[in-house]
Design a protein around this ligand. Structure first.
Ligand code: GDP
Ligand code: CA
Length: 323
C-alpha cells in the first residue's frame, strides 16, 4: 500500500509519527510495511544570514528521525543558542528567528549543497540519509517560492515574509492577503506527481490549511493530481478554534471561518472524499464529502495513532466504494 501525505511542520509531523506507528502493524505477508511519501511545504522557507532554512521539511525530518524538541514541536532537542547570541553581539538582523546551534549545521549542509548546484530534493534526500525518517520526504517544489503576507500597520501597507508575520508578530498584525510568491512558475518536485498517481490513498494531516496544505495545493499540477486520488483530511479546527497555533489568523485572511465545516468546504468536494472532525463538531455536514467524527486532539502517541488509523481506514473504505 502506498500513502501520500501533503504536510506542513508540527501538526503534519505529529500526525505522520502516528501514521507510521499504525503502519508498523500492517506489514504484508512478506513483512513489507506500506510506504509513506510526504509532500512537504516549502512556502515557509527563508534565507537568513546566508543560510537556506526549510522549517517544515526540517520539522518532519527531526520529528520522525528522533531529533525534535518534543515540548516545543520544532527545532532540535538539547539545543544551544551560542551562534544566535554571537550574531546578536554583532548587531545582526533579524533577531526574532530562533536559530539553534545544532540546527545551524543542517542549514549549512543545505546551503552548501544548493550553492554547489544540487536541487532542494537532492539536498533533502541527503539530509534524510542521516535522520532516516521512515518516509520518502519530497519538497513540494524545487523552485523557490515564498509565502508573503499583506499587512497594514503604523508603517503602512506592505508585504512581509510569512516567518516575520508568524514569529516576530505572532500573527497579530491583521493580514488582508496571503500569497505564495513564485507559485505560477513553480513545478512540482521530481517524484511528486508520480507518487500521487501511484498512491492508494492520500491523507491530509491537521496542518495549517492555508499556509501549509494550501501552499502545497498552490503548486501548479498538485491539486489537480490529488483530485483523482482518494483523499481524507483531518480537521485542524476543533469546536471552532485552531487548537495550538494560530491557524485562525490565516483563515481570517482568506475569509474562511474557523470551523471544521468551512475548512472542508474551502478544500472542496472535488479534493476531499472524506473529512474527520472532532466529536465536538459531530453535527458537521458538508455536501459531497463523507464526514465522520471522533476525538481529534493529538495528546499523546496513542491518541495520535488512533487518529491516523481512523483517517486511513476511512480512506480505504471510501476507495473500496469508488472502485
Ligand atoms: P503545520 O501546519 O503542520 O506546520 O503545523 P502547525 O502546528 O503550524 O499547524 C497545525 C494546525 O493544526 C494548528 O494551527 C491547529 O489548527 C491544528 N492542530 C494542532 N494540534 C492539533 C491536534 O492535536 N488535533 C487537531 N485536530 N488539530 C491540531
Ligand atoms: Ca508550517
Amino acid at each position: 500500500m502506498r500513502i501520500v501525505v501533503p504536510a506542513g511542520g508540527i501538526g503534519g509531523a505529529r500526525f505522520l509519527r502516528g501514521l507510521r506507528a499504525v503502519l508498523a502493524d500492517r506489514a504484508d505477508s512478506h513483512g513489507n510495511e506500506p510506504s509513506i511519501t510526504v509532500i512537504g511545504n516549502t512556502g515557509d522557507d527563508i534565507t537568513l544570514f546566508g543560510l537556506r532554512i526549510c522549517p517544515d521539511l526540517d520539522t518532519v525530518m527531526y520529528t520522525l528521525g528522533g531529533g525534535i524538541n518534543e515540548s516545543q514541536g520544532w527545532g532540535r532537542a538539547d539545543e544551544t543558542f551560542v551562534v544566535k547570541e554571537e550574531l546578536l553581539s554583532y548587531g545582526m538582523q533579524p533577531t526574532w528567528f530562533g536559530l539553534g546551534d545544532r540546527d545551524v549545521a543542517t542549514h549549512i549542509v543545505r546551503s552548501q549543497m544548493m550553492a554547489a548546484g544540487y536541487s532542494l530534493s537532492a539536498v533533502t534526500e541527503a539530509l534524510c540519509d542521516r535522520w532516516r525518517p521512515g518516509v520518502r520526504l519530497l519538497p513540494m517544489t524545487d523552485d523557490r517560492v515564498e509565502t508573503h503576507v499583506l499587512v497594514e500597520d503604523g508603517e503602512g501597507r506592505r508585504a512581509i515574509h510569512f516567518q516575520e508575520w508568524w514569529i516576530r508578530h505572532r500573527a497579530t498584525l491583521s493580514a488582508s492577503e496571503i500569497v505564495l510568491v513564485g507559485a505560477e512558475d513553480a513545478e512540482p518536485a521530481p517524484g511528486v506527481l508520480e507518487e500521487i498517481a501511484e498512491a492508494d490513498v492520500v491523507l491530509l494531516p491537521p496542518s495549517n490549511p492555508v499556509v501549509s496544505i494550501g501552499s502545497v495545493l498552490n503548486v501548479p499540477g498538485i491539486r489537480q493530481a490529488l483530485q483523482d486520488a482518494t483523499v481524507v483530511g483531518v480537521s485542524p479546527i476543533i469546536g471552532g478554534t485552531a487548537v495550538r497555533g494560530m491557524a485562525d489568523a490565516c483563515l481570517a485572511a482568506i475569509n474562511v471561518e474557523s470551523t471544521a465545516r468551512a475548512v472542508a468546504e474551502h478544500y472542496g468536494p472535488d479534493l476531499l472524499d472524506g473529512w474527520l472532525v472532532d466529536e465536538a463538531d459531530a453535527d458537521t455536514q458538508v455536501k459531497g464529502i463523507d464526514v465522520r467524527s471522533r476525538p481529534l486532539y493529538m495528546s499523546d502517541a496513542d491518541s495520535t495513532a488512533a487518529i491516523a488509523r481512523a483517517a486511513l481506514d476511512l480512506a480505504l473504505e471510501l476507495k473500496g466504494r469508488q472502485s
